[in-house]
Design a protein around this ligand. Structure first.
Ligand code: SF4
Length: 283
């Protein structure tokens, strides 16, 4: 198991429960699996990056702000991540066992309140878990476009829906004429003006509502200032164009977290639960 057994006091303990339910998820009858957002460092000094395709979103990441930074919350997210990094087969077994409980039948599970499908083996493990639980519905936001094109799109599980979210280094691979996509807008008015559809009433609308999904930015003043009236899509396009103009590669994962964020791949507001059993397929 962990190669860090020599420093047991620094290693997060394996979580007793993998799926949780905060107020927003409870309001829509959904459960949640969470990783720490983006790049960071475990207490033993080892670094990680859970969002390898994060772009500008990392500079305004909702999950690196507020309650997400509380030590107990962070420790729980670290423990979740440590589990999949140290013992992916064990995690798969534990997740499948937990999902086998009666209370998850007919419900929804959101994969990643923060974080993303950080590797092929991890995504493939999830696909096996999802297929083994046909009576539970799963959904996710993701910026891992190429990984999904290769591993999910050819044969997606019937009980899994996803939405690609803008603000990542793979934005250029998205086709808004075809893909189900989510973008963060400055406010509800901007979403309506663009002809997109807000998921503010229920996060499930991101996968069950119209295909062009608008997310109103969190009302965090310094994030709104950074966003500067743009959407994540337009901001990322600006950054990509600037890099091309300077002949630079898009940058890879940074490992120097700062203290910022709004809400990109995620979001929700308390709200109604749409009829959710056996939805159609995303994108
Ligand atoms: S916004 Fe989402 S994808 Fe971007 S860094 Fe935060 S958790 Fe990762």
């Amino acid at each position: 198991m962990s190669s860090h057994a020599s420093v047991p006091t620094l290693v997060p303990r394996r979580p007793a429960r993998l799926l949780t339910q905060n107020r927003e998820m409870r309001a829509i009858g959904a459960w949640n699996w969470t990783l720490p957002a983006w790049a960071g460092r475990f207490p033993d000094g080892k670094t990680y990056n859970t969002c390898p395709s994060a772009g500008i979103c990392r500079d305004v990441c909702y999950a690196r702000h507020g309650t997400y930074t509380w030590p107990t919350v962070k420790a729980k997210h670290h423990a979740n991540l440590r589990f999949i990094l140290d013992d992916l087969p064990g995690w798969e077994e534990a997740m499948s066992a937990e999902l086998g409980r009666r209370k998850f039948r007919g419900t929804w599970v959101r994969i990643h309140d923060s974080g993303d499908f950080l590797s092929d083996p991890y995504l493939l493990a999830w696909l096996r878990v999802i297929r083994a639980q046909p009576e539970t519905n799963f959904y996710a936001y993701t910026k891992e476009v190429a990984r999904f094109r290769a591993l999910v799109e050819p044969d997606p599980p019937a009980n899994f829906l996803w939405v690609y979210s803008f603000g990542g280094t793979q934005d250029a691979k998205l086709d808004i004429e075809r893909d189900r996509v989510a973008d963060v807008f400055p406010d509800e008015e901007a979403i309506a003006a663009a002809g997109w559809h807000s998921q503010e009433a229920s996060d499930l609308l991101a996968v069950l509502g119209p295909r062009l999904v608008g997310i109103p930015a969190n009302r965090i003043p310094h994030f709104l200032k950074r966003l500067g009236g743009r959407t994540f899509r337009s901001w990322q396009a600006e950054v990509d164009a600037e890099r091309r103009a300077h002949g630079r590669q898009r940058d890879g994962p940074r490992l120097v977290p700062d203290d910022t964020q709004p809400r990109p791949s995620a979001s929700t507001g308390p709200g109604q639960v749409p009829a959710v059993r056996r939805p159609g397929r995303a994108a």
